[in-house]
Write a new protein. Structure first.
Lengths: 284, 252, 305
């Protein structure tokens, strides 16, 4: 082998490794920064970081992200209540009636939602929900987030259901099961881990989204959403708080943004870990 | 329970553009095992899927002709009704992986509300005994089937079908991928079930040896047409048709 | 449950899910029409942004549109080498006995995909922008200012280039996923055939990448769509200033960051809301078009062995 070929090969390998490491390097820097800056803020705030409202901007006090954390949990819950049934039933329709026109339309249109910038979902919900209602609300935010969740969960669940071998459906029908029984007792049961994974991925997406909330939940920095009646009130959420506080000049609010970022990252990483544990499929 | 004769007349099936079954007529009497044999692709599996209307699940399938299960017009009746009266065992062992061994057998009686409590326990035990599986699983009914061997899984699939005490039992090459010991047990189950309950058993097989071992009648199909039909002894010892002779000799 | 009732249970959700995209398109179009009627082509071609309270202001989307295109193109150009190198790294360099490492690397990329965009944004604004502003941009300006792209004096780290760099970091995992999936589908026989020619790794990878070319293009298009639509992270680093992005070291605007900043208050200004919605409509079309084109390229990937 001529020397220049070998040299070129070495250079290529070295450059490839360097670029690949460069691709993931930001992850470490981001995680390290979030852990160090956010961690010190959470340690400083202690329990009150999780429970208190933000302190007055520019004051020496820190306060906490209580309302935003509670808002994020409410949004996650209400979004799931809307989005999960919608996504599961849509996925079931797509798989069960795959030959039909509606199934094909539903598959293409829901998966296209994946490529729609999420800020436009916020725009849509602002125009068709917030404006007619005359106010921002957690409910409007949940509707927007349910739309964000839809394509992720539909496509995962769809794949999980498609992955169930035909023979199990036949077995179900052969003992006289109705289609509903085959779907809910056999197919969903066998695909349960895939279905759970699809739901978890949808929830992770929803909890981390900011743009759909910009024009839907308003901002209610100090008030806690305590019960269902607060769904019709404006609220706050961790990602939104980070976005807004990051743009302020107040150091105590910027600190809260870092603390919230760590909290949000930990929530997302926890869901991912759960997913990893789940994704050992049902043994067939 | 009423014995049910299966009677197929002039059955034609198309899937997509291709003509799978071409004017098939046959009879399967109760209390006997009827073997449907023929090379792969001859339409055997399609035939039994017409009898229990699983053909409905195949997109683009079109069926013409008449199928009678006793007095029930199977092609006109509610498919769920047809499937309730028939049981089926498939080529690949397919007990539901997310249900326990017990639940796999109990699922049929449960969804049809046929038995519960101790009565259901007895029914499960009966079905597992009938499938010659009881002794091997009686201490682990709450386990999931993935620890079972392929042959045990297939007997569990058989027990699931038997738990509904179907008047017609359909089997689609049930021992094609199964160890010899389980094959023997399954064959015995099938014969015993036919004789003791006067059920009508139709088994699709690609091996003439199996057909000779367990069946009372043989239907030989080739390329979607019935070539020969008759009592097993006659078909095996004195085949009337050249194709049958070749198939028995392993040439087709 | 009978067949008919089952269908009654699952069909309405399927219809609702399908209708969302249609509704989005119709609503955006409906609210865009007044702006299109008022400004015509100026909507796309005018660089002016003059809000007036109580009367229609002068609005053109030229600057944010250019900002969106420039930042997304920068992002794709920077992300492609990173993504392709990562594919080669995991598929060709690491596997030899380092299975664990490969899984670890893939997990890292997965985490990058799932990390909330707002966390990227916060990091971008607090760490990346100042870093680039103090080092790279000063150097680019002092040594390469004869190139128009680097001619302006950098005054802040929040620039269109920072937006591009941050977006590149964010879309690399997406491009990686698209290319890797396709790369792995190249049949073994081709790999063996290429290796049997006595190729070096470089030559071999070039052949393989040649085969995966449609997937690479698809990855670039899908990455472009993602970058163009990303909102909050960009809004935190792009500078949000109506500057033509002809110099990369200056703050600018993108359509999405303009919407993020102005939409909530746009109702106070006649027609501003409509103009912003028409910007959203353009983003929607970019997103859908890049995805459709991407999928078309992916369909071309057929390795016949």
């Amino acid at each position: 082998m001529p020397d220049w070929r070998r040299v070129k090969d070495r250079l290529f390998t070295a450059a490839t490794v360097a670029l690949a490491l460069l691709a993931v390097a930001p992850l470490f820097h981001i995680l390290a920064t979030v852990v160090v800056r956010g961690g010190s803020v959470i340690l400083r705030g202690g329990v009150s970081f999780f429970t208190d409202p933000p302190a007055y901007p520019g004051s020496g006090e820190l306060g906490g992200v209580g309302p935003a954390l509670l808002g994020t949990l409410w949004l996650g819950l209400v979004t799931s209540l809307i989005g999960v049934p919608l996504a599961l039933l849509t996925a079931i329709y797509i798989v069960e009636y795959r030959e039909g026109r509606l199934a094909r339309v539903a598959r293409v249109f829901t998966s296209s939602l994946l490529e729609v910038p999420t800020v436009l979902i916020g725009m849509l919900v602002f125009l068709v929900v917030v404006v007619p209602m005359g106010r921002y609300s957690l409910a409007a935010g949940s509707i927007a987030l349910a739309i964000v969740m839809l394509p992720y969960t539909v496509s995962y669940v769809e794949r999980a259901l498609e992955g169930v071998p035909r023979t199990y459906r036949e077995a179900g029908y052969s003992i006289g099961m109705t289609r509903a029984q085959v779907v809910f007792q056999v197919v969903m049961g066998i695909a349960s881990r895939g279905v759970a994974a699809g739901i978890l991925i949808g929830v992770a997406k929803v909890l981390s989204e900011t743009a759909p909330l910009l024009f839907t939940i308003g901002s209610a920095r100090g008030s806690y959403p305590t019960g269902p009646q607060s769904l019709l009130e404006p609220g706050d959420a961790l990602p939104l708080l980070i976005f807004q506080f990051a743009q302020t000049p107040y150091s105590n609010w910027q600190d809260l943004a870092w603390g919230a970022a760590l909290l949000l990252t930990l929530i997302i990483l926890a869901i991912f870990t759960l997913l990893r544990l789940l994704f050992r499929e049902v043994k067939l | 329970m009423e014995p049910v004769e299966v009677k197929v007349s002039d059955l034609n099936v198309w899937i997509g553009g291709s003509h799978i079954l071409k004017g098939v007529s046959m009879k399967a009497p109760p209390g006997a095992v009827t073997a449907v044999m023929g090379p792969s692709g001859s339409g055997k599996s399609t035939l039994i899927r017409v009898i229990n209307r699983l053909i409905d699940l195949i997109p683009g399938a079109r069926v013409e002709g008449k199928v009678l299960l006793g007095s029930l017009d199977a092609l006109r009746a509610d498919p769920y009704e047809v499937r309730r009266r028939t049981g089926m065992v498939f080529q690949e062992p397919n007990p539901f992986p997310h249900m326990t061994i017990y639940d796999n057998v109990a699922i049929g009686p449960r969804i049809h509300g046929l038995a519960r409590g101790e009565e259901l326990d007895r029914l499960v035990e009966w079905a597992l005994k009938m499938a010659h599986l009881w002794d091997e699983v009686k201490d682990r009914l709450r386990d999931y089937p993935h620890q079972l061997s392929g042959g045990q899984k297939q007997r569990l699939s058989l027990a699931r079908a038997l738990a509904l005490k179907p008047r017609v039992l359909l089997l689609d090459e049930p021992t094609a991928n199964i160890d010899p010991v389980s094959t023997v047990k399954i064959e015995r189950s099938i014969m015993e079930y036919a004789k003791t309950t006067m059920a009508t058993v139709i088994i699709v097989t690609h091996t003439p040896q199996q057909a000779a071992r367990i069946s009372d009648h043989i239907l030989f199909i080739y390329q979607g047409r019935v070539v020969e039909y008759g009592p097993t002894r006659e078909v095996v010892l004195h085949p009337r048709h050249d194709l049958t002779r070749k198939f028995l000799g392993g040439e087709v | 449950m009978s067949e008919a009732r089952f269908k009654l249970l699952v069909a309405p959700p399927a219809i609702v899910s399908s209708a969302i995209l249609v509704l989005l398109f119709i609503v955006l179009l409906y609210y865009s029409l007044p702006a299109i009627r008022e400004y015509g082509l100026g909507l796309l071609a005018s660089p002016t942004w003059k809000p007036v309270e109580g009367a229609p202001g002068e609005y053109g989307l030229l600057i944010p549109l250019a900002g969106t295109l420039v930042s997304a193109v920068i992002a794709v150009l920077l992300a492609m080498p990173l993504a392709l190198a990562s594919v080669v790294f995991t598929e060709e360099i690491l596997p030899r006995g380092l299975h664990r490492w490969r899984e670890a690397f893939v997990s890292m990329i997965d985490v990058m995909t799932g990390l909330p965009t707002i966390v990227y944004g916060l990091w971008g604004a607090a760490v990346l922008a100042p870093l680039l502003g103090d080092t790279l941009y000063k150097w680019l300006h002092s040594s390469l200012s004869f190139i128009p792209l680097f001619s302006c004096q950098p005054t802040t780290g929040n620039t269109i280039l920072t937006a591009g760099v941050l977006l590149a970091i964010m879309i690399t995992p997406f491009i990686y996923a698209v290319v890797r999936e396709s790369y792995r589908q190249i049949p073994r026989t081709y790999k063996e055939a290429a290796l049997s020619l006595g190729t070096t790794r470089y030559e071999y990878v070039r052949i393989m990448m040649g085969m995966a070319k449609p997937a690479i293009l698809a990855g670039a298009l899908i990455g472009f769509g993602r970058a163009a639509g990303e909102t909050v992270a960009v809004a935190l680093v792009v500078g949000n200033t109506f500057n033509m992005p002809s110099c990369l070291l200056a703050p600018s605007y993108t359509v999405s960051s303009l919407i993020a900043n102005q939409f909530a208050n746009a109702q106070l200004y006649p027609l501003m809301l409509n103009v912003l919605v028409s910007g959203g409509l353009i983003l929607l079309l970019i997103g859908i078009a890049s995805n459709i084109l991407g999928i078309m390229y992916l369909r071309r990937v057929r390795y016949v062995a």
